[in-house]
Design a protein around this ligand. Structure first.
Ligand code: PMV
Length: 336
């Protein structure tokens, strides 16, 4: 058996449907060409070692028997709980493989590195979870389907975060551009040729769980209004799905603007995001919106070729940082 494996998975950008997708509605998500990597090494000592410098974890070590127990630093949670969940899963499904390979005297060293900052909201935690599931399944030779990797990684994210639709996990597993419904009820790869997006980072790190709670509180107070907004977001996601595959950028841009209006109504846009979005639109974008939970992270603007430079400059003027990121990237893969 191979003793070391390196796996990578892409980050993501939400295109349409954030927040509504937490409550049984669809969204569109694209995988970005900046990747998270995990190298998993079998050790001869019964220990779990983790190096994850991007999230300030260095020299983290504990006995394998203590996995998931005690105080776990924030940066170590996703990888450690993933290992625990993969062992529990495989012990049930293929006890011969894991118990045989990981005997009393063996352990694991995992090293993660990222091509993107964990501040951007590209889903570094979910991507590292997906890398770890894939790496362990290959190392211990229990082949998992994409859906099984999704289910295990999504369970881990829910164990830690308690909330979320799993769209980021799906992007890391499948890559490309996906039509996705809550918890992976539908994961449909779309035939997308290109997405002429410009990405502007607000410089502010958003906390997804806090923003989901903000929206939930509003929904508790005004259930019919918010359900109406979710239903309309669903309708625009369906239209956007068709328009994106047809490269009908005029329509995609208009739908982005409508989606942004609903996100503002849900209370998750900010002045900084709105400034960046309006600057992009004034400079000739087909449309622009926040991407993800809101509160910060990134905006996306859909740009005609001849206006890309002006739009990028306008976003920068409004205080944004342009991230040069490709979309529609490949899903989780073995690197070596
Ligand atoms: O915070 P992000 O970029 O991972 O996006 C969150 C999107 C939500 O719909 C608010 C949450 C979710 O898990 O779908």
């Amino acid at each position: 058996m191979n003793k070391t494996i390196t796996v990578s998975a892409p980050g993501k950008l939400m295109l349409f449907g954030e927040h509504a997708v937490v409550y049984n509605h669809p969204c569109l998500v694209t995988a970005v060409d900046q990747r998270m990597r995990a190298t998993v090494e079998l050790l001869d000592t019964p220990e779990f070692l983790l190096e994850a410098v991007d999230v300030q974890v260095t020299g983290y070590k504990k006995p394998i028997s203590e996995l998931g127990k005690g105080e776990i630093p924030k940066g170590a949670q996703f990888v450690e709980i993933t290992v625990k969940n993969v062992f529990a899963y495989s012990n049930k499904k293929r006890p011969d493989l894991v118990s045989g390979s990981l005997s009393k005297n063996s352990g694991l060293k995992i090293t993660t590195t990222s091509e993107f900052s964990s501040q951007f909201g590209f889903g570094s935690s979910s991507a590292s979870t997906v890398c770890t599931v894939k790496a362990l399944s290959e190392l211990f030779n229990f082949k998992l389907s994409q859906k099984e990797i999704f289910d295990l990684a999504f369970k881990t994210v829910l164990d830690i975060q308690g909330k979320g639709s799993g769209f980021d996990v799906a992007a890391a597993v499948y890559g490309g551009t996906l039509y996705f419904v809550t918890a992976g009820k539908v994961i449909e790869p779309l035939n997308v040729v290109s997405l002429p997006l410009i990405i502007g980072y607000s410089g502010i790190k958003a906390d997804t769980v806090t923003l989901i709670t903000v929206v939930k509180n509003t929904a508790d107070k005004y259930p019919e209004i918010i359900e109406g907004i979710y239903n309309n977001i669903e309708k625009l996601v369906e239209l956007a799905k068709a328009a994106v595959t047809k490269q009908d950028w005029q329509t995609v841009g208009e739908l982005m603007n409508i989606n942004e209006g609903y996100l503002d109504a849900l209370g998750v846009s900010t002045k900084k995001l709105a400034d960046m979005i309006y600057s992009a639109k004034d400079a000739g974008a087909y449309g622009a919106k926040l991407s993800g939970a809101g509160g910060g992270d990134c905006i996306i603007a859909l740009a005609p070729d001849e206006k890309r430079k002006a739009i990028a400059e306008a976003i920068t003027q409004a205080g944004g940082e342009i991230l040069s990121v490709g979309t529609n990237a490949e899903g989780v893969r073995i690197e070596s």
